[in-house]
Write a protein that binds this ligand. Sequence first.
Ligand SMILES: Nc1ncnc2c1ncn2[C@@H]1O[C@H](COP(=O)(O)OP(=O)(O)O)[C@@H](O)[C@H]1O
Ligand SMILES: [Mg+2]
Length: 355
Amino acid sequence: MAELRLNALKKTFGKTEVIHGLDLHIQSGEFCVFVGPSGCGKSTLLRLIAGLESVTSGDVMLEDQRVNQIPAAQRGLAMVFQSYALYPHMTVAQNLSFGLENMGMSRDEVASRVNEAARMLQIEDYLKRKPTQLSGGQRQRVAIGRAVVREPKVFLFDEPLSNLDAELRVAMRSEIAQLHKRLGNTMIYVTHDQVEAMTMADKIAVLRAGQLEHFGAPLTLYNRPNNLFVAGFIGSPRMNFIPAQVRAGTLQLTSATIPLAEHFATQNDQSVVVGIRAGHVSPSEQAHVHLTLNSIEQLGGETYHHGQLEDGTDFTWHCVGQSGYRIGDVIGLALEIDEIHLFDAETEQTLRKPN
Ligand SMILES: Nc1ncnc2c1ncn2[C@@H]1O[C@H](COP(=O)(O)OP(=O)(O)O)[C@@H](O)[C@H]1O
Ligand SMILES: [Mg+2]
């Protein structure tokens, strides 16, 4: 078990700074997911923690020890990559035992760790096969097994499921979550997939262009996003955003005036963005907005209605069941007042008062 701290961590490649002074505290035994769009610095951050990249400034602290200068092999961490990185000429058993033998571990100890990991990951029947004789999912299990046998303080996963088809990804997701429950190790898991982040994480770190936008439990990010970016990134379909103005204690939309809740800190005439999730509006005689439908996704058990509001804003309404609306219909929708999020239009920060 190990806790991990990043203090004012910076990384530059040449003249380009890609991690801009990042602070993060991951507690011992936590499953932490780094999520964010492609190129935001997730892999770089993981490689800094692993020791595969040098730190430009700041600290990587593992169990209260500064490990900036400690080589990757001596940090006691194990990394699992998207590409599996298995040795093609070795059997599964050899792939699992290779690193341990290099560390000078006894044969008995190696055998017992390999067998234990193979049992845990259900790859016992494939130990004599070569990686080419395995499916994608089996290969990824071997790659995870190779991390497990090292009994690391911290597991680092970099988009390990990206090469797998959708069904297998869901299955492996839950296997990795179970592995975490069984072993109890600190794990850091990188993905660009917010569903993976929501379903697997104890804590999610949302990254954007080398900055930490929000760090917290999945439902905290969903229910109380720090800013517009996190609000739009976490949750599917994406949260709807409607431009508005604060006027005399109300929210002025193009089409309606909505009461302004007391838990928001605003100024008169402030330009704001109202956030509302697709499931938190419903057809009403007292409509706040009118949605002109230009596409409908009928899934049988639920329906997504996409289109534009009167001010041209893209908008999605989601309902359970089948609605019977058609493309071109105009639907009057009322927002659930208690479910409104509010952000400053310029800074994009939440206007919700701290609890
Ligand atoms: N070795 C490198 N040399 C120069 N630039 C790099 C290097 N590695 C990553 N970068 C840049 O750093 C940024 C973050 O990359 P990366 O950490 O791979 O993002 P992510 O994993 O979130 O997709 C990108 O702009 C990328 O081009
Ligand atoms: Mg990456």
